[in-house]
Design a protein around this ligand. Sequence first.
Ligand SMILES: Cc1cc2nc3c(=O)[nH]c(=O)nc-3n(C[C@H](O)[C@H](O)[C@H](O)COP(=O)(O)OP(=O)(O)OC[C@H]3O[C@@H](n4cnc5c(N)ncnc54)[C@H](O)[C@@H]3O)c2cc1C
Length: 523
Amino acid sequence: MITLTTDVLVIGGGATGAGVAWDASLRGLDVILVDRLDLAEGTSGRFHGMLHSGGRYVVKDPAAAAECIAENRILRDVAADCIEDTGGLFVTTPFDDPAFADRFAQGCRESDVDCEEIPVAQALRDEPRLNPGISRAFRVPDANIDVWKTVWALAHGAQQRGARILPYHEVVAIQRDGDTVTGARVHDVRAGEELEIEARVTVNASGAWAGRIAALAGIEGVRVLPGRGIMIAMNHRLVNTVINRCQMPTDGDIIVPIRTVSVIGTTDQHSEDPDDHTVHEDEVDAMFDEGEKLVPGFRTARALRVWTGVRPLFEDAKAADTETRNVTRAHALLDHSERDGVGGFITITGGKLTTFRLMAEDTVDAVCRALNVERPCLTASVPLPGSERGEHYRLGERLARKEAALRQQQIICECELVSREKLEVAVKQTGSTNLDDIRRQLRLGMGPCQGGFCIYRAAGIMHELDSLSAQDVDLALTSFLQERWKGVWPVLYGDQLRQARFDEWVFHGILDVDHLPDPEPGS
Ligand SMILES: Cc1cc2nc3c(=O)[nH]c(=O)nc-3n(C[C@H](O)[C@H](O)[C@H](O)COP(=O)(O)OP(=O)(O)OC[C@H]3O[C@@H](n4cnc5c(N)ncnc54)[C@H](O)[C@@H]3O)c2cc1C
């Protein structure tokens, strides 16, 4: 069996784990990061897309609000290219308690969240689709953040400093030598092999799965309550600003404009299983009802897709409450040498995507203490690869770039403007044959047709590049379609139903994907 050695083994390639890898690499530590799947395929790739200003938490959880605004300001500098500065609005609709608005404004002052009350007429001018019955409006620095760009920038930055990033490597055992964790045994899912990773410190950054990884190390009582939430992407930017209801956090009270769509969310249901992605019809209905309160006519817009994510909510052992909205959104750092007498093992969980950098900083501080070295954290000042110019992403820049070189580029995905060249580079760089991995990298197939036009083209190109045999192409194509279908069927009505029928004709009527011939040997 192959054995790798390192200073720090990071388990989990979401925003937190990738943040830890980046931070530790910047401090000159040798790092290996493993994830059982592709990077950001856990909760990070399934979130609502919002860089919180902290406004959402100012009344309910002021400490979480203060963390959010501090991190929001830092990320705008160091991860500028991953952020679209949409701004945010908190609005009091006719369905909200009017008294909450003053508590909200007071909470913003106390938590240092920048907040300006603006006239309702101005809010309606800026966002003409908003409910005309709103009575108060507050401007805050909410934004959207592209998680795939962020996580891959963190991973590439760490790689440039020598880190080894290993997606599709699942931890199957944690190794211990007496009271010390010495690393992990991992299963290389693609090669079908196992390898040992020996590490001076092992960081458990596996989010909602953190309790399971801790249990592999023989540590009980790390309770992470999975809080499952759904989100629905609507076809257009119904709003251009992040819109929040000015009330205590509840279901379906935020609409986030992301690229060309707007996403409504979310719910918060206690679940026993972090891999539970069930979508309940009543939750979908509730989202549309709540959407109507913010944007009248919401229900008649075209819904593209629904998905779920699972919050890693760390439960204080003293609290017996399983109502997941009542568990803190702040993060939990567990140094198991202090907590359980087990050295070389640290768990970081809870928190939010907005606070991943701070979570990583706290974790790597603890790693340095365990290694008995003193190295300052640099992530608040060193920009991520791609963000050196400090410029935010702007809607329209992608189209402008494409239009400048329209004749030289073959467009594979019209909805997301993915060119053939970009696809070929991504396939060669990642070595991935999974069309869903390529989707996360390039946004291929994420637009209205949900892959109806682009995915067979992409599959053909991958075959032509010799990265996929004919048989593997068939498999990649059908598993992509099945994955997309999971998110499409719960919202099939109106134009999206017509689109799904059309896609069905393409894939079943023309390509007959259910009965693809067995390829000739060597084809
Ligand atoms: C519905 C919803 C909406 C949200 N919206 C927002 C928002 O708008 N803004 C915001 O700031 N936050 C939001 N959050 C919170 C945020 O998404 C999470 O806090 C954050 O993404 C957690 O990141 P993470 O890296 O800790 O966990 P994850 O991204 O889940 O990463 C953990 C990783 O561990 C891996 N793993 C598990 N088991 C193993 C194993 N055995 N071996 C190797 N790897 C393993 C998983 O594959 C996964 O990739 C939302 C959460 C939910 C559920």
